[in-house]
Write a new protein. Structure first.
Length: 150
């Protein structure tokens, strides 16, 4: 299954993130995951949201530079070697990872690793053939992580 990631390209200065969260908040678009990377004066903010196409529209209308990309949200075991199983499979098949991030769903049980790869269709088929489950945007938006804070 394919999920969608919104990438926003912005100047690295105060207020840029607040602007985009304000736009999404007013539109009642829920942010489910995010990463932020900067390189001096510019950065990229990657978001998984519950309504990516509408988010792309409203953020573009708000003057932001936005790109909607298909990604694969892969369920992996939250244990040592869980991520390595996925990485070794992609490496053996010559699949390049352009961007990735992850989060735990249930400690010591399941995590999600979101990957933007150079061969999405091939990767999706490969994951299915090797028993990995992927989540689409709707499934990602309905996840209720379990957190145990000690």
């Amino acid at each position: 299954m394919i999920a969608y990631q919104i990438s926003i390209f912005a100047e690295n200065k105060p207020g840029k993130i607040a602007h985009l969260t304000s736009v999404l908040g007013k539109e009642k678009i829920n942010i489910r995951a995010t990463t932020i990377s900067t390189a001096d004066t510019f950065g990229v903010i990657n978001l998984i949201v519950d309504d990516p196409k509408r988010a792309e529209t409203v953020l573009t209308q708000a003057g932001l530079t936005v790109h909607l990309r298909s990604v694969l949200a892969v369920l992996i075991d939250d244990k040592p070697g869980g991520l390595d199983n996925l990485m070794q499979l992609l490496y053996q098949e010559g699949i390049n990872i352009n961007n990735a991030y992850g989060f735990v769903l249930e400690s010591s049980k399941k995590a999600v690793f979101v990957v933007d790869v150079d061969q999405t269709e091939k990767t999706e088929k490969l994951l299915e053939e090797n028993g990995f489950q992927t989540l689409d945007t709707q499934a990602l938006s309905s996840i209720e992580p379990t957190h145990n804070v000690k």
